[in-house]
Design a binder for this molecule. Sequence first.
Ligand code: SAM
Length: 198
Amino acid sequence: MGSQWGYDKTYMRAKHEGYRSRAAYKLQEIQKKFTIIRPTDNIVDLGAAPGSWLQVERNLTAARVLGIDLNPIAELAGVETIEGDIKDPEVIALVREKLPVVNVVLCDAAPKLSGHKSYDQARIIELNEQALAFAINVLKPGGNFAIKSFQGTDFPDFYADCRKYFYSVRTCITRSTRKGSTELYIIAKNFIGTTGQT
Ligand SMILES: C[S@@+](CC[C@H](N)C(=O)[O-])C[C@H]1O[C@@H](n2cnc3c(N)ncnc32)[C@H](O)[C@@H]1O
């Protein structure tokens, strides 16, 4: 967890406090500002490895926490995991089977970057769109969704797509995001629902 960022103060703090990565502080900040998780919420976390968000989520709700990642997630007490691709319809079906009620979907997933800016931006937004599709498939009306994205040419379209499905949509750049990074989070609250949902 230190290699990408160097062994900086936040990395050392995360290590000291027992978090699997420094990303834990981003979710804590989002929760403090937007209260996206309530104490009885069932949560699905997309792109959850190594699991620091899962650690934070486990402390914020007494209900169920389910993490999904392409990579295995080391065991965490009180957390269920699926090793799989969020684009896979079978993974969505499995989530619906395991968790009939989903109140919150969080997504910190990021594809492996190639270094080619416009290609990477397109792949990130494609993954964002797939995560949004996942969320609207499983979320209960009134539910919340937060997702990591990156500013760029395709971002406004993705932001507009989120606004179609949620009554409230905001953006947030967290304090622990590196200076110069285009990373930001979309905080979409109060899912409007799709026809037929209760
Ligand atoms: C920045 S890490 C997430 C960190 C995590 N929030 C934490 O706190 O530990 C991004 C993760 O997204 C996962 N990922 C990328 N594309 C994915 C996909 N299509 N399906 C599932 N996971 C994916 C990667 O495997 C990686 O583990």
